[in-house]
Design a protein around this ligand. Structure first.
Ligand code: CU
Length: 202
């Protein structure tokens, strides 16, 4: 190789490097992907925190989408921020709210009292809770019928859950004072065929 050839090779390399520097290394145009922020840093979208009573939200712990939140104090809150009332008309703003349909009962928090209603009765037909503590019941229609969970005692009138065929919904409410509170299916003809049960509050 003579000096001329080496000179040409060097010149070609210089041109290639110059072209690369000029055009090959431009920053991407358009939106630049931001690296995902590490958890705990500003800008990170936090993972929802789940407890045995539900998902932690700024309003309180929510058992399922649509249920009334449980505040840190343990109170079940209405949208006004005041504790829910149990002797009002179901579905009104002061009443505990029933959830949207839940895909499957297993999605409900572990502390949920899971109840299945069907033409064969209510299963389980009894459960025990502690006075004043927040209770979530998940009601499932176990057959092709609509069922309505409701307490007999007017003092618990607001606690009502209606489910369509195969549907599951939940409701969160504060357990009343100690006693035995009977419940039933409020669809005409259903309680007389055995859709009844009782909640024991200790
Ligand atoms: Cu029924």
């Amino acid at each position: 190789m003579d000096k001329k050839t080496i000179g040409i090779i060097i010149a070609v390399i210089v041109v290639i490097v110059a072209l690369y520097l000029a055009f090959g290394n431009k920053p991407a145009t358009g939106p630049v992907a931001q690296p995902a922020a590490a958890p705990g840093t500003p800008g990170a979208v936090p993972e929802p925190v789940k407890t045995d009573q539900g998902t932690v939200t700024p309003q309180g712990v929510v058992a399922a989408t649509g249920t009334s939140p449980i505040a840190t104090s343990g109170e079940v809150l209405a949208p006004s921020g005041k504790p829910v009332k149990l002797d009002v008309t179901p579905g009104t703003p002061e009443a505990p709210q029933q959830s949207n349909p839940v895909a499957k009962p297993a999605d409900l928090p572990s502390k949920t009292v899971k109840i299945t209603m069907s033409s064969g009765g209510i299963s389980p037909s009894g459960f025990t809770v502690k006075a004043g503590e927040p209770v979530t019941i998940g009601v499932t229609s176990g057959d092709s019928q609509t069922h309505v969970f409701k307490f007999d005692d007017p003092s618990l009138d607001a606690v009502a859950v209606g489910v369509g065929p195969g549907e599951t919904r939940a409701i969160t409410f504060p357990a009343p004072k100690a006693g035995t509170y009977k419940f039933h299916c409020d669809v005409p003809g259903h309680s007389s065929r055995g859709e009844v049960g009782e909640m024991i509050v200790k």
